[in-house]
Design a protein around this ligand. Structure first.
Ligand SMILES: C[S@@+](CC[C@H](N)C(=O)[O-])C[C@H]1O[C@@H](n2cnc3c(N)ncnc32)[C@H](O)[C@@H]1O
Length: 371
């Protein structure tokens, strides 16, 4: 079956997502603001869920049309081939959002779309009502500038939920964003990764998985595993394919440190759950005492931002300390993500390159030092 897909993503992650999709052999990959479109078959549906490091979720695009009135929304929705997806007993709840559009009441749009899908399925499945006790086909709508996109979610829990981080410290960095930092740092399987403010260890774990090509979704489940369109054999095939692409016995190592012993204990638990204890090690250390144990290294840090006024001075002190210990040296590169626009001033050096990213709703920059 030929399927159109949409990936909604954190702003700034469109390009890395498009690149990983190309490696997965997806077709017609196109980047838009905050989302990536691509095409493929049932195998690609399973593959994208299991292998994508940077995507938030994988959605099937059922159709798009423009709507300025509730009538147009109803007719546009009813004209789409819902019966290809939703079976006679399946559940099909509806949720979504509307931005910059004449149809702005989300709850009205939600009930009109539901009614239209029910009407369509009554005709095609020849049933008067639907029990909705079967597999979940979560319908998601987005209405932007009067353009409606109707989607069905294939992932379930967001793809950042890899399964290794049930507990986190106070300010964990999202797994998808942590993986993207490692991608922007061009982390390879012969590198040593340092995170001297590692918190719950997300950057180290994502770095180790990226460098060794370990698929992030191998050990979790996805909604579409219960869909009849994607039989269990396809999921098994794709899990085996992903496993066969893993790199074993590389030179990659990761070293994490943090000033807070509680964070380190959580990080160690997470690393154990991810099965990466043989690659990632830890030390309790203040960043002021950062003295790497290797000749070369890639350092990626998500320091405290000092969003609350009282913390701001403390954050600036930490940036100053970082500037002293992270010195320009052959074989070393440094990547720091922060929402603080004054970072370079306190760090004491202009970045060789910067990249705008979003940590949730918070606008950040990745400051890159590699010269
Ligand atoms: C924003 S959190 C990092 C979160 C981490 N990326 C994660 O995903 O869990 C910042 C971390 O810096 C640590 N930290 C603060 N001051 C430090 C210092 N002087 N030296 C080392 N670590 C420090 C905190 O304990 C905290 O774990």
């Amino acid at each position: 079956m030929h399927i159109n897909f949409v990936i909604p993503c954190l702003l700034g992650l469109e390009r890395p997502i498009a690149d990983e999709l190309l490696v997965m052999e997806a077709e017609n990959v196109q980047c838009e603001n905050g989302r990536v479109l691509f095409e493929g078959n049932e195998n690609m549906l399973a593959r994208a869920n299991i292998c994508s490091r940077f995507a938030e979720r994988i959605q099937v695009l059922v159709g798009t049309f423009s709507a300025h009135s509730f009538d147009e929304l109803f007719e546009g929705t009813k004209a789409l081939p819902w019966e290809h997806w939703v079976g006679k007993t399946d559940a099909f709840p509806v949720k979504g959002y509307s931005l910059d559009s004449e149809l702005f009441s989300v709850s009205d749009c939600q009930s009109i779309i539901k009614k239209a899908v029910v009407e369509r399925l009554k005709q095609t499945h020849k049933l008067p009502w639907f029990e909705e006790t079967g597999a979940l086909y979560q319908i998601q709508f987005s209405i932007m500038k009067n353009q409606v996109s109707l989607l069905i979610d294939t992932s379930g829990a967001g793809l950042h939920k890899r399964g290794y981080r049930p507990v986190a410290n106070a300010a964990p960095l999202k797994e998808t964003l942590s993986a993207a930092l490692c991608q922007f740092a061009r982390l390879r399987d012969f590198h040593t990764l340092y995170d001297p403010m590692c918190g719950s260890g997300t950057i180290l774990i994502e770095g180790a998985m990226l460098a060794n090509n370990i698929a992030p979704g191998l050990h979790r489940n996805f909604t579409a595993e219960l869909w009849r369109q994607v039989p269990p054999g396809i999921w098994k095939e794709e899990r085996e394919r992903a496993k066969s692409l893993e790199k074993t016995e590389t030179y990659f190592r990761a070293i994490g440190s943090d000033i807070d012993p509680k964070s380190l204990a959580i990080a160690k638990e997470n690393v154990k759950r991810a099965g990466l204890e043989h690659i990632i090690s830890f030390k309790k250390r203040d960043i002021a005492d950062f003295s790497p144990e290797t000749e070369k290294g890639t350092v990626i840090i998500n320091p405290p931002y000092g969003e609350r006024l009282l913390d701001l001075d403390a954050a600036h002190e930490i940036y100053k300390t970082m500037g002293k210990v992270l010195t320009a040296k052959r074989g070393w590169s440094y990547y720091i993500i922060t929402a603080d626009d004054d970072f370079e001033k306190h760090f004491g050096k202009k970045a060789d390159k910067r990249r705008k990213l979003y940590n949730g709703m918070l606008k950040c920059q990745l400051y890159m030092y590699f010269k």
